[in-house]
Design a protein around this ligand. Structure first.
Ligand code: HAM
Length: 428
């Protein structure tokens, strides 16, 4: 599409979705909605902004996202609000507020806002498809949530996806592990990267995530979380991994996978697309957050979910060479009206009421101009109505995809238009 040099453009790190992209988005969202329904989830919609405390408490004030990337603003009533940087904290806030019966299974599609350094696959407004389940810590739910994501990736044509999995343990066993890690990092502080030499004591788990050689070397020789899980957390984790295996879903134990938010407990996971560049290859991620509802002022309630970035899913499809938009968005019929009357409005309405997808031209353009638009629309059939047809209460139907006009064009009585068109479209 041609871009005009107009004064206003979408802000840096954001983009508009239109043209061919819009059918791809619709296909992805539709496929996810269908699967979510199959797995027993219903749609939840929460506000795009919340009291900043929802995110500070939820994802952790010292997390990278809350401390450096959140869009925080004061409204005209002097409230401090933040644009949602992710979906989970808002959904759990809504759960605490409304206390729906549990297990509560909700899915969402939402923009998320993070002040990041924009690059391919990393945006300031991205969009996530996700689910959350509240009210059970049954490992079967972990399996189900991960399986939903896995089946979704397969349904949209991705084949080169790997599942990385870890357990963060619960407060106590993680606490014991963090104490060991702190001792280890303290002993090797001088070798850490510049950033983590300053910050490791405030957030020691982050160092595990760091890919710089210094931090890598230090953590490689240090303690790893899965070796320090308590018996309950270990048993939970084993049941998740075994359960996935029974469904034919292979996971790779990844002890460094600590994820970026403070709310995670026990199972954490990420899906990486091998067709994408390493830095931005996470197409989805999630985990358990058994303390989050309490942290947001509710009763103790376990939870688990995942979010998947729509933009990255589309990049992964493109990188894998997956064709097709998952939905057909070409019209069935294009009505060409050169009578100067409201015939096109009337016929299009009748055909649409009958269930067909119909496009038409506007502004009384010439037959040639309208036919050009009809061809461009990809419609299979054109319904032509000019002065001659109008006078004889007929319409002409033309098959736009076969070459020979004489063989593909026929006149039908105006009253039969809907039934003939339905017949033709369902047979095509
Ligand atoms: P997250 O890993 O931060 O987790 O984001 C989920 C997914 O959103 C990522 O795997 C990636 O595909 C996409 N994503 C994240 N940031 C960006 C960005 N700046 N540009 C493009 N895509 C991005 C969460 O947000 C958690 N709420 C997931 C969750 C749900 N955990 C439990 N329930």
């Amino acid at each position: 599409m041609n871009e005009s040099p107009s004064q206003f453009r979408a802000p840096v790190g954001t983009h508009d979705v239109l043209g061919r992209q819009s059918a791809l988005w619709e296909g992805l969202i539709g496929t996810f909605a269908t699967l979510a329904y199959r797995y027993g989830f219903s749609l939840v919609i929460t506000p795009l902004f919340e009291d900043v405390g929802v995110f500070n408490r939820g994802i952790g004030e010292t997390s990278e996202v809350a401390s450096k990337e959140m869009y925080v603003f004061t409204d005209r009533g002097d409230r401090t609000l933040a644009l949602r940087p992710e979906g989970t904290a808002s959904v759990v806030r809504a759960f605490v507020q409304h206390q729906p019966p549990t297990p509560w299974k909700a899915w969402y599609v939402t923009p998320a806002f993070r002040y990041e350094r924009p690059q391919a696959g990393r945006y300031r407004q991205h969009h996530q498809l996700g689910v959350e389940v509240l009210g059970t810590d049954d490992p079967a739910v972990d399996v189900e949530v991960i399986a939903l994501a896995w089946r979704f990736y397969a349904a949209i044509g991705l084949q080169r996806v790997r599942l990385l999995i870890n357990s963060m343990g619960h407060d106590e066993c993680r606490g014991r592990y963090v104490a060991l890690l702190v001792t280890h990092l303290g002993e090797h502080e001088a070798l850490l990267c510049d950033e983590h030499r300053q910050t490791w004591s405030a957030n020691p788990l982050r160092v595990l995530d760091c890919k710089r050689p210094g931090c890598r070397a230090v953590t490689e020789s240090g303690p790893m979380l899965p070796d320090h899980l308590c018996d309950d957390c270990r048993a939970h984790f084993d049941r998740v991994v075994d359960g996935l295996e029974r469904l034919g879903i292979q996971s790779t134990l990844t002890p460094r996978l600590v994820r970026g938010f403070d709310y995670y407990t026990r199972t954490t996971f990420e899906f990486v697309a091998d067709a994408l560049d390493g830095a931005q290859n996470a197409i989805g991620g999630g985990g358990r957050y058994d303390k989050l509802a309490e942290q947001l002022g509710g009763p103790a309630t376990s939870g688990i979910g995942f979010g998947s970035g729509i933009e990255r899913l589309l990049l992964a499809r493109e990188a894998e060479g997956v064709d097709g938009s998952l939905v057909n968005r070409t019209p069935d019929v294009f009505v060409v009206d050169t009578t100067g009357t409201d015939a096109a409005t009337l016929y299009a309405d009748q055909l649409r009421v009958a269930g067909l997808s119909v496009q038409r031209a506007y502004d009384n353009r010439s037959m040639k101009a309208q036919m050009k638009v009809a061809d461009r629309s990809g419609a299979r059939f054109a319904v032509l109505v000019g002065p001659t047809e109008l006078a004889s209460s007929q319409v002409t139907i033309r098959d736009l995809r076969s070459g020979e006009v004489s063989q593909t064009q026929r006149s039908v009585a105006r009253d039969e238009l809907v039934s003939v068109m339905l017949d033709l479209v369902t047979k095509k």
